[in-house]
Design a protein around this ligand. Structure first.
Ligand code: ADP
Ligand code: GLC
Length: 499
């Protein structure tokens, strides 16, 4: 690089503060700042969903990068570039606008043209980079919605000198979403249909998968915790892609997500009733009382309040919770849940709150303010995930003195240390309660243990302290990304041929 900055194009379907469905948005919103601190020049690319407010984010159209037309099958779609700067950084945010794909639709849809929306986005990013004459050293793409970019570089652009030295990094945030669509997607994406045959690069269980092509064609692959990087190599966690991943084992690296403590810290959280820290801990009780009031629960400082904020999908262990509802209702606890997702869970938890308003409060929907209030106001945080690539809420909870109860998987295993186990080992460094078996009894046991220790003020304070003192800032992960970028760049020296 001869001392010049590393040019990184970061491409994602979500980024805070513009568009967020889950942890991906948090990660992509935070990464540019850290990369800049490591001497990178970052260009961020996200779709311009029409609900993103232009004025609030100072978003302007860029007419100089114009006349972008993206073919999808026989149709052509017009794309425009909008731009702004990511607050607190020098990162230019490129918002890719296509009325057909992104007007009146939020991030993910179940619409029949979901594949087309992201084909347009992927192709447009590469065209825009060329039109801007901004030649990236690395293109870092994330999850299936950006998964075609490595493939396009090795097909459409394989002889293009502009991208001849560009390496690609693909980050798996969740292998459970392979971006699987009908085989006609290959034609719509302008790809070679002869490559669709059983076991071939464009075939995945009789369909086409954005994720599979990304795993095959990116120069380097990362995922968001070390344990998940090992788990996805096994059939139990690989979601059918473990075979492919095993062929790329040497190029797969687990890098734990960090936390943006400017957004997620009780010391400076603008959304909560009272700020607090380890030294000024009394604010925590105010937040608890505030949350109890907001959730129509009795304002009782002594009762353990268990919080949960989650997409309501199978991944997050809602079946385990559903199975222990009768036992939970017998305990002297309060439960506050925020989430949205599958109707079966939304309905179940709506009914639960209607029938037990003195114990349970469930808010079905997406509510950023309430998510901060739950982190600050709860005593414990529940994350019994069946699998969890990284998980951010358990890490946020640590900083808020809200003790996580988690299943030992993925990033949960890498961040939460069981209090009981740490007593046995004499280290007393536990920061939560951990169970292993994905069984309701195991979850119930962990909750029982947490509630029991909660009544022992000395032990509880120690657990809270262990959590609040921990530092999961991005700093520890940033240099690992730089190393991966350099490896991807080194690979660009190998001729880019289609395999
Ligand atoms: P995932 O990305 O699998 O959903 P993470 O724990 O990595 O899980 O991140 C979830 C992020 O999304 C957190 O910032 C969490 O606060 C937020 N979140 C999830 N559901 C909601 C909701 N219903 N309302 C507000 N924020 C939510
Ligand atoms: C995914 C995962 C979650 C992870 C997030 C950000 O949504 O489910 O575990 O924290 O991506 O990487």
């Amino acid at each position: 690089m001869n001392g010049s900055k590393l040019k990184v194009a970061l491409v994602s379907s979500e980024a805070v503060p513009y568009a967020k469905a889950g942890g991906l948005g948090d990660v992509i919103g935070a990464l540019p700042k850290v990369l800049e601190a490591h001497d990178c020049e970052v260009m961020l690319f996200i779709p311009k969903y029409s609900a993103i407010p232009e004025d609030a984010h100072k978003i302007k159209i860029n007419w100089r990068v114009d006349d972008i037309s993206i073919p999808v099958g026989e149709k052509n779609f017009e794309v425009h570039l909008y731009q702004t700067t990511l607050p607190g950084t020098n990162t230019k945010v490129n918002l890719v606008y296509c009325a057909h794909a992104f007007d009146n639709r939020w991030i993910y849809t179940n619409d029949a043209d979901e594949n087309q929306r992201f084909i347009i986005f992927n192709r447009a990013v590469l065209k825009i980079l060329k039109k801007m004459k901004w030649k990236p050293d690395v293109i870092h793409v994330n999850d299936w919605p950006t998964g075609l970019i490595p493939l396009y570089l090795k097909t459409f652009y394989k002889d293009d000198p502009f991208f001849a030295e560009t390496g690609t990094v693909f980050t798996i945030h969740n292998i459970g979403y392979p971006g699987k669509f009908l085989p006609e997607t290959i034609y719509l994406a302008g790809l070679d249909q002869t490559k669709f045959f059983p076991g071939g690069p464009y075939e995945f269980w009789g369909m086409f998968s954005f994720m599979k092509t990304a795993l095959l064609y990116s120069d380097m692959i990362t995922t968001v915790s070390e344990t998940y990087a090992e788990e996805i190599l096994t059939p139990d966690y690989g979601a059918g892609l473990d075979g492919i991943l095993n062929t790329r084992k040497e190029d797969l690296i687990g890098i734990l997500n960090g936390v943006d403590y400017e957004i997620w810290s009780p010391e400076q959280d603008a959304y909560i009733a009272a700020t607090y820290s380890l030294k000024r801990f009394s604010g925590k009780a105010k937040n608890k009382a505030y949350l109890q009031e907001r959730a129509f629960l009795a304002i009782r400082p002594e009762v353990p309040l268990i919080g949960m904020i989650s997409r309501m999908v199978d991944q997050k262990g809602f079946d385990l919770i559903a199975a222990i509802v009768p036992q939970l209702l017998e305990m002297d606890i309060q439960i506050v849940i925020l989430g949205s997702g599958l109707p079966k869970y939304e309905n179940l938890f709506r009914t639960l709150t209607q029938d037990n308003p003195d114990k349970v409060y469930v808010h079905v929907g997406y509510d950023n303010q309430l998510s901060h209030e739950i982190e600050a106001g709860s005593d414990m945080f529940l994350m019994p995930s069946l699998y969890e690539p990284c998980g951010l809420n358990q890490i946020y909870s640590l900083k808020y003195g809200t003790v996580p109860i988690v299943r030992k998987t993925g990033g949960l295993a890498d961040t939460i240390i069981d209090w009981g186990a740490s007593l046995l080992s004499g280290k007393k460094n536990g920061n939560g309660f951990v169970f292993t078996n994905p069984k309701p009894e195991a979850l119930l046991d962990a909750i029982h243990r947490a509630v029991m220790v909660y009544s022992n003020k000395k032990e509880w304070t120690q657990i809270v302290k262990n959590g609040m003192k921990a530092d999961f800032s991005w700093e520890r992960s940033a240099s690992k990304y730089i190393e991966v970028y350099e490896k991807a760049i080194a690979k660009r020296k190998i001729p880019k041929t289609e395999t």
